[in-house]
Design a protein around this ligand. Sequence first.
Ligand code: UGA
Length: 434
Amino acid sequence: MIGCGYLGAVHAAAMASLGHNVVGVDKDPVKVDRLAGGEAPFFEPGLEELLERGAVSGSLEFTTDLGRVAGAKIHFVCVGTPQAASGLGADLAALDGAVDSLIPFLSPGNVVVGKSTAPVGTARRLAGALPAGVALVWNPEFLREGSAVADTLRPDRIVYGVADSGEPRGAAELDSVYGSILEAGVPRLAMSYESAELVKTAANSYLAVRVSFINAVSDLADASGADVLDVAAALRLDPRIGSRFLNPGLGFGGGCLPKDLRALAARADELEAPLTADLLRVADCVNEARIGRVAALAAAGLGGSLDGRRVALLGLAFKPLSDDVRNSPAVRLAAALAGAGARVVATDPVAVGAARPGLEFAVGVREAVAGAELLVLATEWPQYRELDPAEVAGWTAARVIVDARCVLDRAVWAAAGWTVLAPGRPSPDPRRLS
Ligand code: UGA
C-alpha cells in the first residue's frame, strides 16, 4: 500500500483483515509510527480494531522504507491528489512520484492498482510508464469518512479499469485479493481506464451537484416562503430521485467532493466540454454561497450585526463521525462570522484540535454556549441534534439558534423558548428576533 492517508490506511487494515500480508508505506514517520502501534491517525470508527488485529497477527506492517515492497505481488497506490495550488485541477505530483519510485521494485507478473482519484487520462499515461509484464488496474475507491471500514469491506460495487486490448491483465490477481467481497455478491464492473476514472469523479461530482441542487431549492424557498424540508421530503418519495444527499443547509465540504468537482470542471475544460465545466462550476458557486447565506442568517438572528457579538458554534468537522476539517463548511462559517466581527467560541466532539486564527475552543456545548448571544449548529453530530433545548436554555442567556444543517425540531425548541433560524425555512415572526 503506497500512501497511508485516509484511503491507504483503511485499505491496508481492511486487506489485512481479509487474510493478506500487507505492507503500508508512507513518507510521514509520525503517521507510520502511530499506525504501526495500532493507533489511527484520524478518527474513524472501527479502524483501530483492525490495526490492532493486523499488528498482533503480524499480517500488517507500516514503514517509511519503500524497499519493503520488494517481493509484493500487488501494489496499491493510494496517495493523495489534492487541488493544485494554482488553478482548479488536481495536483498529481504525489501520484506520479509514487509510481516512479515504485518502478525499481516491480517484477514481471506484478500488478499495480491505482486507487487514488485521478483525472480521466491519467491511468493510460501511467500504464505506459510501467515495466513490461507489469499490469495496471484502475480501481477507484468509494469509501466515506465515518464509515470507511464498512465501505471498504462491503462496497456497493467494485470497478476495474483495465487496458482495453485483449485479456484484462491484472483482473484475476485483483479478484483473488477481493475474493470474499466478490463471493458475497458485490457487483464487479470491468471497463476501460477512462471509464473507471470517470466513474469516480462523476460519482463525487454528482453527489456534490445534488447537494447544491437542494441548496439552490433552499434559496428559492427563502425567496418564496416555501419550506425546503417539506419540498425535500416529497422529492425523496419519488424513487427516480431517491432519498440520499438531499439534506440542505451549509453545503458540502471535506477532502473529496469540493476538489473532485473542481478537478472534473478543469478536466472538462481541457477536453473542450465547456457546458459540462459550467454545470460543475455553478454547483461549486452555489456551494460557496452557502457560507454567506448562513452568516447573514446569524447576523439577522442578532438584529443585523455580528460585530462584537459572542457566537457559540457547535461543530467544526466537515460532517459528523469525522475529525476532518479539510474544506469544512463549519470552519469556513466560523471564519466568516469572525470576519464580520463576531467572537466565535467553537466546540466539536472530536475536531477540537483544529486550530484556526480568531477562533476560541470550548471542550463541550455547556462551556461553548455560556455567555453566548447566539448559537449556530454547524455540524449535525447526533449529540447536538439530541440536545435538550430546555437544558441548553439553562446554560446560556441566548434564545436564538441558527440551525445551519436544518436538523432541529423547531416546535420542540420553540416550546422551550427558542427561535430557530434555518436556511430555506420560513423565518419565525421577526419581532421575536429583536
Ligand atoms: C465522499 C463520497 O461520498 C465517497 O463516496 C467518496 O469515496 C469519498 O468522498 C472520496 O472520494 O474519498 P466523504 O468526503 O467522506 O465521501 O463525505 P460525504 O459523506 O460524501 O459528505 C460530503 C459533504 O457533503 C459533507 O460536508 C456533508 O455534510 C455534505 N452533505 C452530504 C450535505 O450537505 N448534504 C447531504 O445531503 C449530504
